[in-house]
Design a binder for this molecule. Sequence first.
Ligand code: C5P
Length: 222
Amino acid sequence: MSTLPNLSFFGKRVLITAGPTYEKIDPVRFIGNYSSGKMGYAIAEVLADMGAEVYLISGPVNIKIDHPNVKVTMVESANQMFDACLHYFDKMDIAIMAAAVADYRPAEFSEVKIKKKEEELTLRLVKNPDILSTLGHSKKNNQIVIGFALENNNELENAKIKLNNKNADAIVLNTLNNAGAGFQFETNQITIILKNGAIFEFPLKSKTEVAKDIAECVLKML
Ligand code: C5P
């Protein structure tokens, strides 16, 4: 007996960010982070399987996604990710910001490779745009914006502050205090905090199963 596919997200357009950003210092160096992109890609795949039209804005990762419902835009820096998100956001029903965006970038980019000279070298950094906060504060009533928070102290408290400051509808919290959860792992352990104060805690699961939990939660919010 065949089961019908679950197409609960049919007709919904979803913007997803995933992976790290690379902030260039010179032609051969950058500031980056250890994000693998696995969580964002898993969400893209799960929602696309459920019928969503997914626009995935990805930083540099080693994953490939080949799905008829997923359009991938590869970017490198936070500014490029920001521009790509702004390009799509107006037409989106849902935005899920799973990327590990660099908070700062080098103030200057050196066209030539920086030579080693002195014992010390100072890099001046300037703040990157906060994509989640920008989308959160410009969303319309019918748009849902969801962010992630990776915390290792006062997790719930900090996640709630993030939810408010960025005007998100929900925050997916993953703590760095759980073995097997977070950057580079195949598994994740999340808590979802909604704007109305509701809190849902989930056990450690594969990132695909976590993505399904997030999808369920978004469905209830729609
Ligand atoms: O402020 P913090 O970086 O901890 O917030 C994490 C959340 O904000 C994640 O959803 C991340 O994708 C998003 N973010 C962003 N743009 C930034 C920094 C974070 O969209 N510049």
